[in-house]
Design a protein around this ligand. Structure first.
Ligand SMILES: Cc1ncc(COP(=O)(O)O)c(C=O)c1O
Length: 402
C-alpha cells in the first residue's frame, strides 16, 4: 500500500496554479489502487476470493479499475445494485445489508445476484415469497451474529453482542428448520462480519480461524453442505499512526496456513471496502485564513467535513502534509506561521468542522495546500455534501498505467 506523494503533489500543483478560487479537491491514484488490489488478490490462497464492498467508494473509475482484479462486488442497497448492473452487467455481485425492502429483494432476484445475504428470519420469509412468485431458486447465505470467546474488539463492532446486524446465533436452528421446508431458497453458507477497523493481523487471523471452526461445527450439527463462508471485510486503516498499518504480509502467510489446515473446508470469501480504496484517495484544501484565538492557531481551509467526513466520523485527527503553493495574488504580506500546532477547520458554521487538531507543522502560509491521504474510502461518499450549499470539490482520477 504505497502512497505516491510525488505524483499526487505534482498533479495538485498544476491544479492550484490554474485556479483563481481556493481549491478543494479529491485526487485518486488509480495506478496505486490497481497495484494494491492486485497484490492483495495475488497473496490469497487459491480457494479464497476478494469481493469489493462498493459502499466504501462507488465512483465509476474506481470500480472500473477494480472490476478486472477482484472476484466481484458486494452491494448493500438497491441503488448500489442498479449502479453495478448498469455498468458491469456480467460482474459477480453479492447483496448484503440490513433492512432490505421487497423491492430491493426482487431487484436482486432479477439481477443475476450471486448470493443474497439474509439478515433476519423476517427477511428469509419475505425472500421465500418472492422466490416462489418468480419461480426461481435463490442462493442465500445466512448472516450470523455470534459471540466468540476472546473476540478482540475494535472501534466499530458489528456483532459479537447485541447489534441490529445479522441473525443472532441462537436463532439459527429455527432458520435451518424453516429452510428445510422451503427449497425455493438454497442456503450456500454463512456470512460473518463482526467488526470493522481491524488493525491487528494476528487477531484477525484468530477470528477467521474461529469462523472456520464454527462453520465446520454447524455443518456437522445441522448436516448441511457449505459451499463458502463470507468472512466480511473489516480490515482497517491506521489513521492515528499512519506508519503502523495492518500487516498484510503476515496476514497473507497466515491465510496460507489456514487454507492448508482447513483444506477440506468451504471456500472463503472476503468483502473488503476500506482497506482496498482508502490509500488511493487524497483530499486537498487550500488555506484561506490563518487565525489565532486564545492561544490556539486555526487554519481555515476551502471545503470541510461536509466533503471529507472521515475524521469526524471516526473521531480522529487526520494525518496531512502541507504543500507549498508559491502563488500569492495580494499586495500585502502573506500570513505565515512556523513550528507550532495547528487545528485545521473547514468553512462550515459549526465548531465540529475539524479535520485535524493540535497538529505540529513546520511552516504553513495562506494559500498553501493541506493534503490529507487515506481519503479514498468512506470519505466523499459518507459526507453531507449540500450542507451550506458550498460548491462540491473537484474529483480527479489519475489514470492507471496498464
Ligand atoms: C456486511 C459488511 N461487509 C463488508 C463491509 C465493508 O467493511 P470494511 O470497509 O471495513 O472492509 C461492511 C461495512 O460496513 C459491512 O457492513
Amino acid at each position: 500500500m504505497e502512497l505516491r506523494w510525488n505524483k499526487v503533489t505534482s498533479y495538485l500543483q498544476q491544479l492550484a496554479n490554474g485556479n483563481t478560487e481556493p481549491l478543494s479537491t479529491y485526487v485518486y491514484d488509480l495506478e496505486a489502487l490497481r497495484l494494491h488490489a492486485t497484490h492483495i488478490v495475488r497473496s490469497l490462497p487459491p480457494s479464497y476470493e476478494l469481493f469489493y464492498a462498493i459502499k466504501a467508494n462507488s465512483d465509476l473509475p474506481i470500480l472500473e479499475t477494480l472490476a478486472p482484479i477482484v472476484h466481484g462486488f458486494e452491494v448493500s442497497s438497491g441503488g448500489e445494485l442498479s449502479w453495478v448492473r448498469q455498468h458491469f452487467p456480467d460482474q459477480d455481485v453479492i447483496f448484503s445489508g440490513p433492512g432490505k425492502t421487497d423491492g430491493e429483494l426482487l431487484l436482486a432476484v432479477r439481477s443475476n445476484t450471486g448470493a443474497i445475504h439474509v439478515e433476519s428470519i423476517g427477511e428469509l420469509q419475505r425472500l421465500g415469497q418472492i422466490a416462489i412468485r418468480e419461480n426461481r431458486v435463490v442462493a442465500i447465505l445466512l448472516r450470523i451474529n455470534l459471540q466468540l470467546q476472546n473476540l478482540s474488539s475494535t472501534t466499530l463492532m458489528m456483532g459479537g453482542g447485541p447489534t441490529p446486524f445479522g441473525i443472532a446465533a441462537d436463532q439459527l436452528p429455527n432458520c435451518i428448520e424453516w429452510l428445510c421446508a422451503h427449497p425455493e431458497l438454497n442456503m450456500q453458507g454463512f456470512h460473518l462480519h463482526l467488526l470493522s477497523h481491524q488493525l491487528n493481523a494476528a487477531a484477525h487471523l484468530e477470528i477467521l480461524e474461529a469462523y472456520l471452526l464454527q462453520a465446520r461445527q454447524w455443518a456437522r450439527e445441522y448436516n448441511i453442505e457449505i459451499d463458502h463462508i463470507n468472512v466480511g471485510g473489516g480490515i482497517g486503516i491506521n489513521y492515528r499512526e499512519p506508519d503502523k498499518q495492518f500487516d498484510w504480509e503476515l496476514f497473507g502467510s497466515g491465510l496460507m496456513r489456514l487454507a492448508h489446515l482447513y483444506a477440506d473446508g468451504p471456500r472463503v470469501r472476503f468483502e473488503c471496502g476500506r482497506y482496498i480504496t482508502a490509500a488511493c484517495g487524497y483530499y486537498a484544501m487550500q488555506v484561506i485564513d490563518i487565525k489565532q484565538a486564545f492561544g490556539k492557531t486555526y487554519l481555515v481551509a476551502r471545503g470541510g467535513t461536509h466533503q471529507f467526513r472521515t475524521p469526524y466520523a471516526q473521531g480522529h485527527s487526520h494525518p496531512f502534509r502541507i504543500m507549498p503553493i508559491e502563488q500569492w495574488p495580494y499586495p500585502f504580506a502573506r500570513p505565515q506561521i512556523e513550528s507550532q500546532p495547528v487545528t485545521i477547520v473547514g468553512q462550515l458554521c459549526t465548531p465540529k468542522d475539524v479535520l485535524a487538531y493540535d497538529a505540529e507543522v513546520e511552516c504553513v502560509r495562506s494559500n498553501d495546500l493541506v493534503v490529507f491521504p487515506f481519503a479514498g474510502a468512506y470519505a466523499w461518499h459518507i459526507s453531507h455534501h449540500d450542507f451550506l450549499r458550498h460548491p462540491h470539490p473537484e474529483h480527479h482520477y489519475l489514470l492507471a498505467e496498464a
